[in-house]
Design a binder for this molecule. Structure first.
Ligand code: GLA
Length: 379
């Protein structure tokens, strides 16, 4: 164990606070607990609520920082092939920047990740109107989606680096029906995986589609564009979109198109053939339900490999087309177009208006459950 890690292990007490500020779990990191760790620190305030930053560390010395504002992944620091540590997540590093409406860096997205066309849907004969925040459509849950909420936090398990965020999205929140109780658990495993477990229950039928909006750059430095990263997606088809990025409803084969990532391709190789860049939903061959590997991203320069496993039937590969240099990383580098990419596991966009797509309506009495794992290694 190197010195940096040892120093981290002698950290202070850990206290996760719920909404009332009461401690839900306190763990003293004594010398006996030299394995897996979580630490918490104050990270500012918003909406009259205190925000915290949690850091999870595993036995390999990887660390992940996550804030209770938006349940947002702020950094994931790991060694590259030559042992140099850097964060493979692009995004800002202060609460102040996260409050200035960034493009969802690392956040939990809900109640409905991705787009709902025409900012409305009809459910059980009733039309629901949502705020339009992306042209005529609703993107990522509306004007104040789950990414902009302060979540309650708890450390569920003192034996593993894990933190659980929870909150209630009230009946009518952003136009959606039903009180939705949501919890999202992040775990950093010793295999250098971030496991994300989503759960939700409702008291009225409502659409639910939860995801995480991490932006990856496997080089650990956003000055290197991700166009040189290679991507594989295990999907024979994708959902073509309209001009405002709403699926047409067609499930189209990827064969013979720049959307065919069944064998690895560099992202920059065919991106010019895709108007605006990649920002599409792939229809995974795994079909959802079981935790299956669906995608792999590699970077030859750093040797890093990111594998994505999910129980979801779809994945949005977004090549950072709208990143415009407005936000900076902790190192002071501007996050510009194609300097990071997202692999958002999900149900298909606009499913509430597309009867042919897999169902996204959660009924009272049912529990929404979804799991996604991002596994990092070097080769
Ligand atoms: C998602 C969308 C993109 C874009 C980003 C945020 O990935 O699909 O079109 O809106 O979020 O900028």
């Amino acid at each position: 164990m190197n010195q940096t890690i040892t120093a981290f292990f002698i950290t202070i007490a850990i206290a996760a606070c719920n909404d009332n500020g009461t401690k839900t779990n306190t763990m003293n990191t004594s010398a006996a607990q030299t394995v897996n760790h979580v630490s918490a620190m104050p990270w500012g305030e918003t909406d009259g609520r205190k925000v915290q930053l949690f850091t999870l560390v595993n036995q390999k010395g990887d660390s992940v920082s996550i804030t209770s504002y938006g349940g947002t992944l702020v950094s994931w620091t790991s060694a590259d092939r030559s042992g140099v540590r850097s964060s493979i997540l692009a995004g800002p590093s202060t609460l102040e920047q996260f409050l200035s409406r960034p493009p969802y860096f690392g956040a939990i997205i809900g109640r409905y990740g991705n787009r709902i066309g025409g900012a409305s849907f009809t459910l059980d004969g009733k039309k629901y109107t949502l705020p339009a925040n992306d042209g005529p459509n609703t993107l990522h849950g509306g004007i104040k989606g789950f990414d902009k909420m302060v979540w309650d936090a708890a450390i569920p398990d003192s034996t593993r680096p894990s933190v659980t965020f929870s909150m209630v999205s009230a009946d009518g929140d952003q136009g959606f029906p039903g009180n939705l109780k949501v919890s999202v658990r992040y775990t950093l495993t010793d295999e250098n995986e971030i496991r994300i477990n989503y759960e939700a229950v409702t008291d009225k039928a409502t659409p639910v589609n939860l995801t995480n909006h991490a932006y990856f750059n496997l080089t650990g430095d956003v000055k290197n564009l991700v166009l040189d990263h290679s991507l594989t997606i295990n999907a024979d088809s994708y959902t073509p979109v309209s001009a405002t990025l709403i699926p047409t409803g067609v499930i189209a084969p990827v064969e013979g198109t720049p959307f065919d990532f069944r064998a690895a391709h560099k992202i920059g190789e065919r991106i010019e053939q895709v108007k605006g860049g990649y920002d599409h939903n792939w229809v995974l061959n795994s079909k959802g339900g079981k935790l299956v590997k669906v995608a792999e991203l590699t970077d030859a320069a750093s040797g890093r490999k990111l594998e994505v496993m999910t129980t979801e039937p779809g994945i949005q590969f977004y090549s950072g087309n709208f990143l415009d240099g407005k936000f900076k990383t902790a190192a002071g580098s501007l996050i510009t177009k194609h300097s990071a990419l997202c692999l958002e596991t999900q149900h298909f966009p606009d499913s509430p208006n597309k009867p042919g797509f897999p169902n996204t309506i959660l009924q009272p009495g049912q529990t929404y459950q979804s799991e996604t794992v991002y596994r990092l290694s070097v080769q």
